[in-house]
Design a protein. Structure first.
Lengths: 254, 288
């Protein structure tokens, strides 16, 4: 199997605080990897190091062999990284469909100059409509995102990321804030995407859904990786149980 | 000619220059969402450049071209300096650029210092001919604005104006787009400034001060940020109001200030937003 993403010994420090401490992991093509950890574990910081919002103090991140560590966000996206953000951020001055169509036309927007001479949007709108149907919000295509409930916006984030045809899709807490039924539905959709060949890293709080859909788990606590492997097995190790149950390291509750 | 008196011709010419100037700021503030409180500096750079080039004996075409290029170049430099600042900090930075321009032109002897530049050559055309010349540029500016808005560049500008960080998430090189907006908007302001200089034939630093920057921003805001027809209408109206009604000239700032306040309070979308509310074209919401 080909390694898609390779994170090696990444450390992120903010002043005196170490948010991520020498974490390494990798992702193979076609995998659906769950990245979990209790509150304050540094999951989002790890995600941000991959997307380029924060720069690691040490370590290296490679996507398909290319070093991402020093690149700005938009260049990482152009190398094949697509991500949905934890806090939904639709472009509020366009419709839901236009939000996705702009991402679908990313090859037209690589340079401002060529973008100035490109007018047609029809094909991208058709692609966007398909993606909206795929994530189940086709009914909101012409809606103003400001008027939509969170469940729709979460899926808009996913559709917009998919429109970039990323080789790796990073989903940062896509289920947060959704009710049980909505979360279940979105999780099923993530599985369907993965089965269609999409490589995905799912950063989540919702343990139930993560355990249900992910084939492999990485658990991080206090900035350290404390577990990796088969979901059932990882969750049964004493270190992980201790981290989740809030007890002293190594003294797991039986 | 055209059945217009000399007064109407001068009013229409002034209106045309104001429309180009307002549309130039609309590219930066309206389309790309980057506020500027110092746009008159680029208008001034264009005016001074063309005035000095033509006074040195070069043809007006060279003057206009020089104005566009120099204003655009300085615009790119200011754009670079502004890339790291946003919103209120960008407002303060650009305001500083506006004051800097006035401060520098006042001190430089070769641009006339406090006295300004007088005896600027006219276009060589008749008054009516120059009016048509200006209107030709107005038409080109309008066509360019409309084209830009419908292109993928305009589409990307919409995204950047809405949320820069998310624009990066879909792969947009936000810095390059902003620089492009600054370059185009300031170059066009330079053109407007050059046309202004050849129309009034006398310029001094005070013609391009903070009041001018606020006036042009008022045109964009009152017209409706980003709306081409709205900005054209507001620029045309606000540029002739003080000419039409002498009373307004003395109270120009009061009028613009009052209009800005009223627009922000009652119709943040400007006149274009007001028109859309009166004549709604389609309703938006989840179709059931």
């Amino acid at each position: 199997m080909t390694t898609l993403l390779d994170v090696s010994a990444v450390t992120v420090r903010f002043g005196g605080v170490t948010a991520v401490n020498g974490v390494s992991f990798s992702l193979n093509k076609g995998e659906l990897l769950g990245f979990i950890g209790p509150n304050g574990a540094g999951k989002t910081t790890m995600m941000r190091a991959i997307t380029g919002v924060v720069t690691p103090t040490e370590g290296e991140i490679r996507l398909l062999g290319k070093i991402l560590t020093k690149l700005p966000v938009h260049q990482r996206v152009r190398l094949g990284l697509g991500f949905s953000q934890q806090l939904v951020k639709p472009f509020r001055n366009m419709t839901v469909l236009e939000n996705v169509a702009l991402a679908a036309g990313s090859r037209h927007t690589a340079s401002p100059f060529s973008a100035l001479f490109r007018m047609k949007r029809q094909r991208e709108k058709e692609q966007a409509a398909q993606l909206l149907a795929q994530v189940g919000i086709a009914d909101a295509a012409e809606a103003d995102p400001s008027n939509l409930p969170l469940g729709y916006l979460k899926r808009l984030e996913v559709a917009r990321a998919l429109a970039l045809k990323p080789s790796l899709l990073l989903l940062d807490e896509p289920l947060a804030g959704l009710n049980h039924a909505e979360a279940h539905k979105l999780a099923d959709m993530i599985v369907a995407l993965n089965q269609a060949g999409q490589s995905i890293i799912l950063i989540e709080h919702n343990l139930g859904e993560v355990m249900r859909i992910c084939s492999r788990l990485i658990v991080q606590d206090n900035g350290n990786k404390i577990g990796e492997g088969d979901p059932e097995a990882v969750m049964n190790t004493s270190v992980v149980r201790a981290a989740y149950l809030g007890e002293g390291n190594g003294h797991a509750a039986a | 000619m055209l059945g217009l008196g000399a007064y109407e011709i001068s009013v229409i010419t002034a209106m045309g220059v104001a429309v180009i100037f307002a549309l130039s700021l609309n590219l930066i503030t309206g389309f790309c969402g980057q506020i500027s409180l110092g746009h008159a500096a680029f208008y001034g750079i264009g005016a001074y450049t063309s005035a000095l080039l033509t006074k040195a004996g070069l043809p007006i075409g060279v003057g206009l071209l020089g104005a566009v290029i120099l204003a655009g170049l300085v615009g790119i430099i200011v754009g670079f300096a502004s890339l790291r600042v946003r919103h209120d900090f960008l407002a303060i930075t650009t305001m500083g650029v506006g004051f800097l321009f006035v401060g520098i032109t006042r001190q430089l002897d070769f641009v006339g210092g406090e006295m300004g530049v007088s005896g600027i050559p006219d276009s060589g055309l008749s008054k009516a001919g120059f009016m048509l010349f200006v209107l030709l540029f107005v038409a080109l500016t309008i066509l360019f604005s409309l084209h830009l808005k419908r292109s993928w560049m305009g589409y990307s500008f919409d995204a950047i104006a809405s949320d820069e960080d998310t624009a990066r998430v879909i792969g947009l090189d936000v810095s390059r787009y902003k620089l492009a907006a600054f370059a185009m908007g300031t170059a066009l302001a330079g053109l407007a400034g050059a046309l202004y200089a050849h129309n009034v034939r006398f310029i001094d630093p005070e013609s391009f001060g903070f009041v001018e920057s606020i006036t042009v921003l008022a045109m964009v805001v009152i017209g409706g940020i980003g709306s081409v027809p709205g900005v054209i209408f507001a620029a045309a109206l606000l540029s002739i109001l003080p000419l039409w009604i002498q009373f307004f000239d003395e109270y120009k700032l009061l009028l613009y200030g009052g209009l800005l306040f009223a627009m922000m309070r009652f119709s943040p979308g400007g006149m274009a937003g007001l028109a859309r509310r009166i004549f709604p074209s389609k309703t938006r919401g989840v179709k059931s």
